[in-house]
Ligand binder design. Structure first.
Ligand SMILES: Nc1ncnc2c1ncn2[C@@H]1O[C@H](COP(=O)(O)OP(=O)(O)O)[C@@H](O)[C@H]1O
Ligand code: SF4
Ligand SMILES: [Mg+2]
Length: 335
């Protein structure tokens, strides 16, 4: 492989939409919740792609769609050569071990009546990893790898701290030897001091095992710590996408600027350059999405066109895409 060869893309998401039908009946109009509405991104193998956005923007639904835990309304999700959205039955079972998910609340994702070791053994069995007589040793190794002690395999979830429980969840996810790990707010339920330990563990595991992460968080500090490339989601769509450096040093979308401004100790550069942008009101409902730019109702820079025409997501600098009428073709903010 030459030094300039582009990295292999492991996950390719194209025009993904997940709409949930809501209410209605035989006679009533059927409404749609447009939870995810046309999302595309690639994750190269071994890298971390982050999704950030307010609550309700569609981050979790995107994660669930990638995991094939909700039905795709439109678009495609490919893991390497496998079209995850189209697979059924045995084909889907076969690719399942290639991707695993880690959720926010480690307590809810562990069975309180099951010893930690049994949870790991069960995962090894389910994914048919190793011969049955090798599995206890594999469980020991997974515990060591995630910073737990093998004698703790005997304990029940309530005997661990929150951070340790998230280590068990990671060990269980890794039992399948996945290539992609989808992490939905994996440290949001933990104390700040513990968050750093878990994030550092996840980075070490990524280096050691060559893992690829889809990493979701509403916390800008966590996103900046973890991600190589980031998509900012608003009401079911990615409104800006760039490398970590570009997004944090040269954010372009008014919503991204507002998010950055809303984090008190966050980005003084942005504040001094353009002044603080306050987010007003709540996002509109994904049931009645506005016809133009979805952010128009809250955007301090909206002009009449913004309420009428949806801005396309355009590449305005290499690798930096933004959906805003008031950003020029060469990436200059005109607001
Ligand atoms: N199963 C569902 N049925 C109906 N609406 C849903 C369902 N799941 C999520 N939603 C709605 O979709 C939107 C996006 O939700 P979600 O993906 O959980 O956002 P986030 O993770 O960014 O907070 C929200 O308005 C939420 O209420
Ligand atoms: S398109 Fe208009 S309303 Fe939307 S973010 Fe840009 S300036 Fe604001
Ligand atoms: Mg969520």
């Amino acid at each position: 492989m030459s030094a300039t060869a582009p990295p292999e893309v492991l996950l390719r998401v194209r025009d993904l939409a997940v709409h949930f039908p809501l209410g209605g009946g035989l006679f009533g109009p059927r409404k749609l919740v447009r939870a995810v509405d046309g999302v595309s991104f690639d994750i190269p193998r071994g890298r971390t792609f982050g999704i950030v956005g307010e609550s309700g923007s569609g981050k979790s639904t995107t994660a669930l769609a990638v995991m094939r835990l909700v039905r795709l309304t439109a678009g495609s999700v490919r893991l390497g050569e496998d079209d995850i959205g189209a697979l059924q039955g045995e084909g889907l079972r076969r690719v399942r071990r290639r991707f695993q998910m880690v959720f926010q609340d480690p307590f809810a994702s562990l069975n309180p009546r099951k010893r930690a070791g049994d949870a790991i053994l069960e995962a090894l069995e389910l994914m048919e990893v190793g011969a049955p007589d090798q599995r206890p040793e594999l469980a020991r190794q997974l515990f060591l790898q995630t910073g737990l002690r093998p004698e703790q395999l005997q304990l029940f979830p309530h005997q661990f701290s929150g951070g340790q429980r998230q280590r068990i969840v990671l060990a269980r996810a890794l039992a399948a030897r996945p290539e992609l790990v989808v992490c939905d707010e994996p440290v949001s339920a933990l104390d700040v001091a513990i968050q750093a330990q878990i994030l550092n563990l996840m980075q070490r595991l990524q280096r050691e095992l060559g893992l690829t992460y889809l990493f979701i968080s509403h916390d800008l500090g966590v996103i900046r710590h973890m991600c190589d490339e980031i998509g900012v989601m608003y009401l079911g769509q990615i409104v800006e996408q760039a490398s970590r450096t570009d997004l944090f040093e040269r954010p372009l979308h008014p919503y991204t600027l507002a998010l950055w401004s809303a984090a008190p100790s966050f980005d003084p550069d942005t504040r001094s350059r353009r002044g603080r942008i306050r987010l007003q009101g709540d996002p509109p409902s994904p049931i009645d999405v506005p016809p133009g730019c979805r952010f128009a109702g809250r955007c301090p820079s909206a002009e009449p066109r913004c309420h009428a025409e949806p801005p396309p997501l355009r590449e305005v600098r290499p690798g930096h895409r933004v959906a805003c009428h008031r950003v020029s073709q060469d990436g200059v903010a005109l607001y």
